[in-house]
Design a protein around this ligand. Structure first.
Ligand code: GLN
Length: 476
């Protein structure tokens, strides 16, 4: 086994235990990227010198007994997370020349713990999409089948981890962008509770839904990386004081895990899934029943409105957030004669079609006369979706559902129909609307076949429940 194929846990143990060095790990990762990324296209930018220098710092810290908790672990960042001095394009031509002037809180935390930031990964432009085909730069291929998409919008991060070009990665999830690509690429992806991880230095898509989270090879790795980036932050007013996690995050209390009641939301199983996905989900439910877990059917009746509500609230927030990209402060500026032309030229050229579609939609639903009919109403339905979860969590501790309706699809298969593409997120969006934590876990025993994932959703700030149950499944 090559070093870069190790898990995050094994990397930490190997470096801390002196079996190999951070520099050796960095070298193995670099070689893998040089051999494979031309074909896969997971990275948008990569700073070899900074990466090697980081590994040398980690090795020096190890020698002096000061190695941080993530010492020497190569981690990739979705190109929407700021890393000082590095490009941060958000997958958009409008930001192609922008370099971050400060660190996101998560980047700072990784640095402080001696992680090695490998590079910035490809993504759908401004996180809008489910296949990474909306990137303003290039395609990313699914390492399991190069003719297929890696999912999106954090497709580059998912592909980098699945192809061992990073030991772990960070993505962001507004409606499924961590979990859906994780499912397509056969890795673990956690969307934390809203407010658990600071959004400071994350290029915003829809601020009331966005969360940064880990994308890893195992559930245990996700627990470790989540623990390393979570916590309240005075620089993000929506970060939450409850985001303080104990040791059970990484060292589960197995007795408590075994006593969790699993809810099966019936609306998620009423059609919409492909045969292959449905069969895998049924087998997973059977697994937990056989292991003696209490499994109970629950109802989330307002789930059917989640997608519609999302496609009103998300564009409304995104159109507002994207107003700042006018070529004045960030990105390139066109040569023009007056202010109006400056806006039209920069935004007209800089944004791709999906981004324009959503800005138009968002501006419309927020316009005077329509605001109450669309935005106001969608806000109220969002509360109903959340209340469904609150009620379900009175009866059960976690919910088990599919992550995606299909396995990874082929390039071009859905890119002609926005609606078909939007439907990929039908099972992931409700957790964002409700602000609850949710994780994708690869279904086992699918070697040689395209990956399928299942999703566990938990109570707010109870990541320990879904991580614990996920690890139980992974280890059995
Ligand atoms: N695919 C969804 C969308 O296009 C979700 C994106 C995301 O989570 N960032 O909006």
């Amino acid at each position: 086994m090559k070093l870069n194929e190790l898990t995050l846990k094994a990397t930490i143990d190997g470096i801390q235990g002196g079996d190999f060095t951070a520099s050796e790990m960095a070298k193995a990762t670099l070689e893998e990227i040089e051999a494979k990324d031309g074909e896969i296209g997971a990275y948008l930018s990569f700073n070899k010198d900074a990466f090697i220098a980081g590994a040398q710092v980690a090795d020096a810290n190890k020698a002096s007994g000061r190695l941080g908790k993530l010492g020497g672990v190569p981690i990739a960042l979705k190109d929407v997370i700021l890393r000082k001095g590095f490009p941060a394009t958000a997958g958009s031509q409008i930001l192609k020349e922008y370099k971050a002037s400060y660190d996101a809180t998560v980047s700072k935390k990784l640095d402080e713990q001696d992680a090695l930031i490998v590079g910035k990964t490809n993504m759908d432009e401004f996180s809008m999409g489910s296949s990474t085909e909306n990137s303003g730069f290039k395609l990313t291929r699914n390492p399991h089948d190069l003719e297929r998409v890696p999912g999106g919008s954090s497709g580059g991060s998912a592909a980098a981890v699945a192809a061992h070009m990073a030991v772990a990665a960070l993505g962001s999830d507004t409606g499924g962008s961590i979990r859906q690509p994780a499912a397509f690429c056969g890795i673990v992806g956690l969307k934390p509770t809203y407010g658990a991880v600071s959004r400071y230095g994350l290029i915003a898509m829809a601020s009331s839904l966005d969360q940064i989270g880990p994308m890893t090879k195992t559930v245990e790795d996700a627990a470790i990386l989540f623990g390393a980036i979570a916590g309240p932050d005075s620089k993000d007013a929506t970060s939450n004081q409850r985001a303080i996690y104990g040791s059970e995050l990484v060292n589960p209390n197995w007795e408590e895990v075994k006593s969790l009641t699993i809810g099966i939301p019936k609306e998620y199983f009423e059609g919409g899934m492909d045969g292959e996905v449905e069969k895998s989900l049924e087998e997973t439910v059977e697994f937990f029943k056989k292991q003696g877990f209490k499994v109970k059917e629950v109802s989330l009746p307002n789930t059917k409105y989640a997608l519609s509500v999302y496609y009103i609230l998300m564009p409304a927030e995104a159109s507002t957030n994207l107003a700042r990209f006018d070529g004045m402060r960030y990105g390139t500026r066109a040569e023009i004669k007056d202010l109006e032309e400056l806006y039209l030229e920069n935004r007209g050229r800089g944004f791709g079609p999906e981004v324009k579609r959503r800005i138009t939609l968002g501006t419309f639903v927020l316009s005077a006369g329509y605001y109450e009919a669309y935005y106001g109403k969608a806000q109220r339905v969002r509360s109903l979706v959340k209340e469904d979860f609150d009620k379900a969590f009175d009866e059960v501790d976690v919910l088990l559902a599919p992550t995606t309706p299909t396995v990874a699809f082929k390039f071009g298969e859905k890119s002609q129909s926005p609606l078909q593409m939007y439907l990929s997120d039908i099972f992931t969006i409700p957790a964002n609307l409700a602000g609850i934590p949710a994780i994708n876990i690869p279904v086992k025993g699918r070697e040689g076949k395209l990956p399928v994932g299942f999703q566990l959703m938990g109570k707010p700030f109870r990541e320990a429940d879904i991580l614990g149950l996920g690890r139980y499944y992974e280890q059995s």
